[in-house]
Design a protein around this ligand. Structure first.
Ligand code: XLS
Ligand code: NI
Ligand code: NI
Length: 438
């Protein structure tokens, strides 16, 4: 057993709200039951391997700053294996039940697909041992189809059929290792599945190809008996100017158009929704209304910066709103809250990784408790129900049941003379009501 990477940090414990220990949970108490279910099972936290283990703090104006003494900076398999052990030391001390990765986060890409697959196999062996040792599970796996220069024009939407073939082969392998590790899901995020200019783009053909890739994945999933949930993760832009999976509605439309909707759910990321000009509640509600809300990439952007800053969520108002939607849909099944978030470039010490995750977990624990209390109180749901009461009987119920047409509605209004007056939306009252609980 190698020396500990975080020798000064022991397992993070719940010490309650009065604790002043920064390396303790004030609100996240994994075993505590909230409305009949443990916080661990409600929140299903995941650690993102790419940010937490591979993030360097580099930005377009300067190189990485992160101090990661266990990492020798090489692209060797030995270094990747060492890093995998560190990852599990971190996740175990943190007490998160899940992690997520891209194939290329965990193992170095080789000169050929064969070599890359061999490297991946070597690290997956270690991940499997570590999962067994710690009980930590894989929330989802994915393939990185955007970093290598071959994907300059996209992967499933590349103008080059060879690149499409490479992407398919890479997804095949990533699905196999996700299955081998007992992954509960598999994510498709199309980093470069979009365009920089329409002048050189055959959009229809690119969309057809993307659907082909996903259909192949669906077929292969059946063939190998992978039971995990497929997800699409919407994002409107960055790195491309326009990504086809731009928001929840665009993804749902694409999936429906290409007869894929029954095979996919959505993985909604806060900062992606806001980049699309929506609130995260908007995209969560859009997905949930279609029965397709699967998982969440928990993070937050910065209102001052217009890109995917992937910050850890600490805003209780935000986590409350997210948990209201999650609880309304009956909780996660295969999905969870994956911290697709990174520490700031200025937060370069290893211990900052703990501060960041602890803050996010505590913020969601509070969001969970607050949302549960709001639901128990019932006034919010009651207000919404009452707002639509005219649909529960009479003419409204007839319309909902498909038993009224234009003529009947005309007769109805001719008899009445005018529609019944509407009542106030009471936005301010409702905002105040939420604050009662925060
Ligand atoms: C990038 C995405 C990415 C996906 C996984 O913006 O959030 O990290 O979650 O490929
Ligand atoms: Ni993400
Ligand atoms: Ni993102």
């Amino acid at each position: 057993m190698a020396a500990a990477a975080f020798p000064d940090v022991s397992a993070i414990k719940f010490e309650g709200p009065i604790s002043k220990n920064p390396l303790a949970f004030k609100h996240y108490n994994a075993a505590e039951k909230v409305d009949g279910k443990t916080m661990r099972d409600h929140l299903r936290f995941g650690v993102a391997y790419w940010h937490t283990m591979r993030g360097t703090g580099g930005d377009p104006f300067g190189p990485g700053t992160a101090l990661r003494p266990w990492d020798d900076g090489t692209n060797s398999v030995a270094n990747a294996i060492k890093r995998a052990h560190v990852a599990f030391e971190f996740i175990e001390k943190l007490g998160a039940p899940f992690y997520c990765f891209h194939d290329r986060d965990v193992a170095p890409e080789g000169a050929t697909l064969q070599e890359s697959n061999k490297n991946l196999n070597a690290v997956v062996r270690v991940l499997k041992e570590e999962q067994k040792r710690t009980g930590i599970k894989l929330l989802w796996g994915t393939a990185n189809l955007f970093s290598n220069p071959r994907f300059v024009h996209g992967a499933g939407t590349s103008c080059n059929a060879d690149v499409f073939a490479f992407a398919a082969a890479q997804v095949k392998k990533a699905m196999e290792v996700t299955m081998e590790l007992g992954g509960q899901g598999y994510v498709f995020w199309g980093g470069r599945e979009g365009y920089s200019t329409l002048l050189n783009t055959d959009m229809k053909r690119e969309l057809d190809h993307l659907a082909k890739l996903l259909h192949m994945a669906v077929d292969y999933k059946k063939e190998i008996g992978f039971k995990g949930q497929f997800y699409i993760e919407p994002k409107p832009k960055e790195p491309t100017k326009h990504q086809y999976d731009s928001d929840a509605a665009a993804c749902l439309n694409f999936l429906r158009q290409y007869d894929l909707l029954s095979h996919f759910k959505l993985n909604i990321e806060t900062n992606h929704a806001t980049l699309a000009g929506h609130t995260v509640q908007h995209d969560l509600e859009t997905a949930a209304a279609a029965g397709a809300l699967g998982s969440i990439d928990a993070n937050v952007g910065d209102p001052m910066l217009g890109w995917d800053t992937d910050q850890f969520p600490t805003d209780i108002y935000l986590t409350t709103q997210i948990m209201l939607v999650v609880l309304k849909m009956g909780g996660f099944t295969t999905g969870g809250l994956n911290f697709d978030a990174k520490v700031r470039r200025e937060s370069f010490e290893p211990v900052d990784l703990f501060h960041a995750h602890i803050g996010g977990m505590d913020a969601f624990a509070r969001g969970l408790k607050i949302a549960t209390a709001i639901r128990k109180d019932g006034r919010l749901a009651g207000f919404v129900k009452h707002r639509y009461a005219s649909w529960d009987s009479g003419i409204g119920a007839k319309v909902e049941a498909g038993k009224a047409g234009f003529k009947e509605l005309e007769d109805y209004i001719l008899k009445k003379g005018d529609a019944a007056p509407c009542v106030s939306g009471r936005q301010e009252y409702l905002e105040n009501l939420i604050n009662e609980f925060i």
